[in-house]
Design a protein around this ligand. Structure first.
Ligand code: DAR
Length: 307
């Protein structure tokens, strides 16, 4: 059995390489392949591990011999799962490794916007102290947090929120019920929340699901935090709201594009570059999930299938 990590691992420590090599020989490529090269790498192996490479139908048609594809990520929006499955290739992801990290990052963003940490930092570096008026904030205790998406990450967000003394409401497509969260409609989340956390997967159903209409229902004191893909939010509508100061601010871990995007000029937004997941613990947990997926293939009982 052969395993191939086709595209430049962010993290693949020696202990993981050793463990995987005990299961089967693994080849790791430290660069990002173009389409032709990706097809080649995906073809000379039983299991492929993918992190960065878009895998479209055209490529899937040309892949030969692959049996199992593992997305090292939770999101699999860059992979044409239907095409792979139609060809008999199983697809799994790593669904839980980042839930604690991302949930903690939600609060890092929420508090950073609320307490204007970027401006506070600049103020101190200018040699100023005891500056108060621009930094008037609110406490989280007693405020309502609305969570859009009550999956793995949304659930952890809710328990942290409760530790802050927040009142938590939320909505989910599958009507997931999470302890301590009052389930309401998505519209109600936008109407009633002081803070909103978006925790959705990105797929055809969720593109721009955080629409202009929903955003327009936010309270004037509200702060929106998005640690999902930027694509789930109508970014143009969010930009207008923030620019016109119709809401207090936003914390965004992803954008639709990073070049010439006017949202990057706004002061009431804090940005992070997709780093919400990136903690020491999540990196290790990601490796544990990867090894579990590989073992499950060897043992013939696949786990974490995405279809
Ligand atoms: N988008 C997040 C983060 C990907 C991070 N890369 C990893 N885990 N190598 C996701 O998990 O989908």
């Amino acid at each position: 059995m052969k395993i191939t990590y086709i595209d430049k691992p962010t993290y693949l420590p020696d202990w993981t390489i050793e463990k995987i090599n005990q299961i089967a020989e693994m080849k790791v490529y430290d660069d990002l392949p173009n389409e032709t090269e990706a097809i080649r790498r995906l073809s000379n192996t039983d299991i492929a591990i993918v992190e960065w490479t878009t895998i479209n139908k055209n490529m899937v048609d040309k892949i030969d011999g692959l049996k199992y594809l593992i997305a090292i990520t939770t999101s699999f929006d860059y992979i044409d799962v239907d095409a792979l499955v139609a060809k008999g290739i199983h697809v799994s992801n790593c669904p839980t490794y980042s839930k604690q990290s991302v949930a903690e990052h939600v609060f890092a963003l929420m508090l950073s916007v609320n307490r204007k940490l970027a401006l506070a930092d600049r103020t101190c570096r200018e040699g100023k102290s005891h500056v108060y008026p621009p930094f008037l904030c609110t406490e989280l205790r007693g405020k309502t947090l609305g969570i859009v998406g009550l999956g793995q990450i949304g659930s952890v967000v809710s328990s942290i929120a409760r530790a802050f003394g927040m009142n938590v409401i939320g909505c989910s497509k599958n009507n997931n019920s999470v302890e301590g969260v009052t389930t309401v409609s998505m519209l109600e989340v936008f109407k009633s929340s002081d803070f909103i956390s978006i925790n959705l997967p990105h797929n055809e159903e969720t593109i721009n699901i955080v629409s202009k209409d929903l955003l327009g229902n936010m309270k004037a004191n509200a702060i929106l935090v998005n640690t999902s893909r930027g694509n789930v939010v109508d970014e143009e509508a969010l930009y207008q709201l923030l620019k016109d100061k119709k809401i207090v601010g936003a914390g965004l871990d992803d954008l639709k594009n990073y070049k010439d995007n006017k949202i990057l000029e706004l002061d009431n937004v804090i940005f992070t570059p997709g780093s919400a997941w990136y903690s020491e613990e999540a990196r290790e947990a990601n490796m544990v999930e990867l090894i579990k997926n590989i073992k499950s293939f060897k043992e013939g009982i696949l786990v974490n299938l995405v279809n």
